[in-house]
Design a protein around this ligand. Sequence first.
Ligand code: AMP
Length: 192
Amino acid sequence: MFNLILFGPPGAGKGTHSLRLMDKYGLVHISTGDIFRAETSNKTELGMKAKAFMDKGELVPDEVVIDMLFSVMDRHKKAKGFVFDGFPRTIVQAEKFEEMLEERKVPVSLVISLAVDDEELIRRLVKRGLESGRTDDTEEIIRQRLNVYNNQTKPLLDFYTKKNLLHSVHGIGSIDDIFERVCTTIDHNIKN
Ligand code: AMP
């Protein structure tokens, strides 16, 4: 089973490249942000709980995210692998995730980090907000999300470096060029 974590700050291109990876490698794509947005628009209890945090640019509490993620994975028992987009985002999430994968005797295969500087991230997210109407893509909330990334999510780079799983990919350029870098990294490091 191939489990790929596509890692990076908001606006790094995780969503764009996850969709392509899903097609190319036959993986199931799990975007925790997309799931929360769908739950929010369906006005479910989970969606309403998540919305309160998303609107402020804060992280949804770990236990809520983890329960949701495990139940989504359980719905795909026959998957040949997953691409995780926007998960894990805290050390607690990564540790729980590792425990859960160990129980199921499957590994985290690879973590690819898309490296993009803050100025470019803000430019991309403001543009996306104007085009998509995503309510957390306003400059004030974007800055808050980048703070949250730096404080709570970035420590995962160290966590996965220590496990020899992290590969950084330069995330600026054309989508095709970046995708090629991502695929080359996967193909060179895939262990079957
Ligand atoms: P994203 O679409 O990945 O940028 O996520 C949008 C928002 O959903 C984030 O700003 C968080 O509020 C919430 N969210 C998504 N994934 C997670 C996660 N793994 N942990 C906590 N909150 C999350």
